[in-house]
Design a protein around this ligand. Sequence first.
Ligand SMILES: *[C@@H]1O[C@H](CO)[C@@H](O)[C@H](O)[C@H]1NC(C)=O
Ligand SMILES: *[C@@H]1O[C@H](CO)[C@@H](O)[C@H](O)[C@H]1NC(C)=O
Ligand SMILES: *[C@@H]1O[C@H](CO)[C@@H](O)[C@H](O)[C@H]1NC(C)=O
Ligand SMILES: *[C@@H]1O[C@H](CO)[C@@H](O)[C@H](O)[C@H]1NC(C)=O
Ligand SMILES: *[C@@H]1O[C@H](CO)[C@@H](O)[C@H](O)[C@H]1NC(C)=O
Length: 720
Amino acid sequence: MNVPKRKLSRYLKIAAGICILTTIFIIILMLTLPQPFVGKTQTQSQTLKILEDRPDKVADVGRGTVLLHPNRDSLLFTTVESPGPYLKIHFPHKLLQVVNDPPNGCRAGYFKPDGPQEPYAGMTREDPQMCLYFDRNLHAAVYDTIVAGMQCHHVYWFTTDNQASIINTISLHEHNWYGGGGLSEQRWPLQRVGVPLQPYLTNKFTSSAEVKFDSFIEPYFVSSNGAALMLDSYLPLFVSINSNKDSMLVFKSIFQEPYSAKSFKTGLSLSYKVCKSLSAPAVHETLSYLRLSPAAPGAPADDLLQFPIWSSRAFQEAGFNETRLIVFVHNIKKWKLPYNHLFIVGNYSKARGVFSFNENKFPHSHQLIMEWKEMQSSKIPNLFVGVEVFPHVPESGVPGSEVPLHIRYDLSVKQSLPSGQKPPMLLDITNEKAVHWFKSQLRNFRDMSVHGFLFADGHSQDIFPPGFQQSDLITNRSLLHPNQYTEMYGEIAGSVAAPTAARGFSILGSGYLAQKHGFIADAGPFRSAWDHQKGLKAVIPTTITYGLLGYPFVLTGPVGGLFLNGSAVARTPPSQELYIRWLSLATYLPVLELAWAPWFYSQEVINHARSMLEFRQFSLWPKYLSPAVEEAAKTGLPIVRPLWWVAPTDSTAQFIDCEFMLGSRLLVAPVLMDRARSRSVYLPNGSRWKDNLKNTVHHGGQWLTQYSVGLYDIATFERL
Ligand SMILES: *[C@@H]1O[C@H](CO)[C@@H](O)[C@H](O)[C@H]1NC(C)=O
Ligand SMILES: *[C@@H]1O[C@H](CO)[C@@H](O)[C@H](O)[C@H]1NC(C)=O
Ligand SMILES: *[C@@H]1O[C@H](CO)[C@@H](O)[C@H](O)[C@H]1NC(C)=O
Ligand SMILES: *[C@@H]1O[C@H](CO)[C@@H](O)[C@H](O)[C@H]1NC(C)=O
Ligand SMILES: *[C@@H]1O[C@H](CO)[C@@H](O)[C@H](O)[C@H]1NC(C)=O
């Protein structure tokens, strides 16, 4: 993997030359293009400010319009440059009347202002450009906005008929689409997934045939032709993606379980923004800045990313105790493997809602953690301990509290839960006292010994025992939307971890609108399998999808995955081959977790693990990872990127989900098949690529077939 110095400097010179030429070209392009409607609103100048260090990304595409299709069944989004519409949104509703440039708004009273602060600051609505009137008292208004030089539109559907539904669909045939959320079976692009219509909620992964949305979702979609679509954050939304291979992306607002009309006081709506720029990376970069405006998200502490995170995930069953933990740490040191953090995941406390170690099983927890932490000498680095926590109160409630601090359920609605099942004792996140109690538990725990928290669960689906819906919940204040539960959990995590240097020691287990916290996003658990259902093949599409959603610091579970039986972890370790291939891939990912240890296998695996981890620490980190982390901290841009990042118009690159770019210079092509000793590698068009494994140079826009890769090797290519 070493490049001779002299050669490297020549490549750097060529790369620098290309960079300068590109910049000059872009500047000329920008000068010759018509100027956007500068200074239209105050917010616009603010958004431009955050973009000013990247002028090449402000792409003026000229003023476009939204047209009605002659069939009167879809909206056509156009720009002045493109001959046809760049996006078509179909609706199945019966159109009665269209008014263009309405003098007094679309019966202004019907169109409520936005709810809570939506992301993408600066996309204010002014007068509508078009009003559409449908049967069932359904209206739609289309608004124009220019944001950071991009033409955007806000489309707002609304009805006072609570029995109605509002449906909009996009064909996945015309362009490739990405984003929308983590999935329990992740593929790339969205044409390859199959998500049946379901409430748009965060879910905990369970193996099941039906594909579900996963722990982190964001109603943000990008297409290969540079269009982006962002739905508002709190809609009674159902989504399907290529369900039954229909090649459709379907958005449906309806008051149906778990949403109830009672919780949405302002009527039924479906509301989204559409923007268009020159390419997918260009539209994404601009919108990332807007999403995070005005503050940069920051990043977890370097130590969490540079070193592996060791965890007890693989032995979290009932027999888990202090002795096992001591042996584990002893072995890490004995085999001279790099370490810095250990996360204790699993059954360490007496019960959910109890934030301390079970003294019977961990009699010396405090002493041990202090000892590991303070082991500071040049020979023995220190080890920081974090623990997994859940948004629960104790089974018997919080002692001394007059009001219940957990979410309660209106059991009169449902006669009873299925056979003897009790509703979970989830923290009532809307109750200030409950939040205060939870935070003080965590602070006490931290003051006693531990350094960080893995905020497990927090999925919005968790708050609904089977058959319950939003209006059956008894909370202190009403939740605006189930996903607000996930969002507020992230806020708590942010506030517990942020004020101290320990900020970066948090890992978030679920996320909605949580990009601003800059935490590690735990996309796991992953399965010990080679497949796309949270097996090895899902690692890349998951990481690049999370990256697009604004979560650059993605953790895809421990190397080798886990055998899951329901939510329990079986004790079977992954096969040696799966472990080795997974380790090679994870070495190049933003966060690397080790739960199955290399010494479970053989001396050869231990040596390999040590050399990969040292390579990550001493070569990859300074050269590629650290600069990408720094950029992500400032901009929210992904660390691990899809191939189209460097070749937006290359239609093959738009499909690849078995290779990725680390930053913009290194292409990584791991082997993802059992017993394979070769693979095909696609090199994106428009660049030359230096093969680090075989020390040759290839031009882009071609497949290398039957490219041989030994069991302990991984193919990587430097973009020249
Ligand atoms: C966790 O440990 C407690 C006490 O040691 C035990 O009662 C409980 O069953 C354990 N839970 C699991 C999931 O193993
Ligand atoms: C942990 O469990 C093992 C057996 O499973 C036992 O030998 C050991 O004494 C236990 N240690 C503690 C601290 O309970
Ligand atoms: C909400 O919680 C506060 C304490 O945080 C309590 O005083 C109040 O009575 C609660 N209200 C309801 C409706 O539960
Ligand atoms: C999964 O767990 C159930 C009980 O929790 C057990 O009966 C079953 O044998 C387990 N399956 C496997 C494959 O371990
Ligand atoms: C590759 O890029 C070159 C220009 O850089 C272009 O002429 C060619 O058509 C592209 N090939 C493909 C397959 O996109």
